[in-house]
Write a protein that binds this ligand. Structure first.
Ligand code: NAD
Length: 241
């Protein structure tokens, strides 16, 4: 049985990805920043699917926690076949009002976390000459968004990491791709009031936000894609950007 480790999978896009991989028969490692009721509920839903499931709460922006998470995964489920770097936070506001502490937290959560997890996942993937890394990115990492400069920088970094690491790991049979999401209907967008949400929907040719299950379906397809597909930043945005 293959194992998929999905960071930030207590809810939202990460949860949908975990459910899709569980349906495909993968053993699942769940993660959320805190041992929340949401994480426990996701663990219950995956366990019902009769696949092994671990829920490891902690901050993936902390390199030491990532080491503990991979050690526990190795102990209970073996090596990671698919790593999905999904955990992320957003910050809306002018760059000049952002504190260095907020910048550091955002970059650690959205970008350093991917480095911490990749460096722990890669050695066993190289040994087996196979593996798949998926980075959950954003259209803002490609195009930039006003009042989301730090977030855009973190996702732009994730996209560059994807392209560079794909080249580094292709000789070892490991694929690295990113999914650049448009507006997906999760808690991350709950801050929008009805008027803002309406204005956003008017801009999106598809006329609606994406469903987390659509991102999950794409993630599973990428994990099962031909070996030659690597280094891509694939947009899923309803034709928005
Ligand atoms: P969400 O807020 O619903 O879920 C975020 C998840 O990440 C939660 O499980 C949370 O516990 C976890 N998380 C946050 N900080 C963490 C940390 N330090 N350590 C471990 N886990 C942490 O958000 P979502 O919309 O599901 O977003 C998932 C990913 O998709 C993020 O990387 C986000 O940037 C990206 N994305 C989302 C959208 C969107 O419109 N929702 C658009 C583009 C990209």
């Amino acid at each position: 049985m293959k194992t998929a480790l999905i960071t930030g999978s207590s809810r939202g896009i990460g949860k949908a990805i975990a459910l899709a991989f569980a349906d495909a028969g993968y053993g699942i490692v769940l993660n959320g920043r805190t041992p929340s009721a949401e994480l426990q509920e996701t663990h219950r839903q995956i366990s019902e699917k009769k696949v092994p499931c671990l829920a490891l709460a902690g901050d993936v922006g902390d390199a030491l926690f990532c080491e503990r998470m991979f050690a526990e995964t190795q102990r209970q489920l073996g090596s990671v076949d698919v790593l999905v770097n999904n955990a992320g936070i957003s910050h809306i506001g002018l760059l000049q009002d952002l504190t260095p502490q907020q910048w550091d937290r955002l970059l650690r959560t959205n970008l350093s976390s991917a480095f911490y997890c990749c460096r722990l996942a890669i050695p066993s993937m190289v040994a087996r000459q196979s593996g798949c890394i998926l980075n959950i990115s954003s259209v803002w990492g490609v195009y930039g968004a006003s009042c989301e400069a730090a977030y855009s920088a973190s996702k732009g970094g994730l996209n560059a990491l994807t392209r560079a690491l794909a080249k580094e790991l292709a000789p070892s049979g490991i694929r690295v791709n990113a999914i650049a999401c448009g507006a997906i209907d999760t808690d991350m967008n709950r801050f929008l009031d009805a008027e803002e949400r309406g204005a956003l929907l008017e801009e999106i040719p598809a006329g609606r936000m994406g469903d987390p299950r659509e991102v999950a379906a794409l993630a599973l397809q990428l994990a099962q894609a031909p070996d030659y597909l690597t280094g891509q930043i694939i947009q899923i945005d309803g034709g928005w950007i």
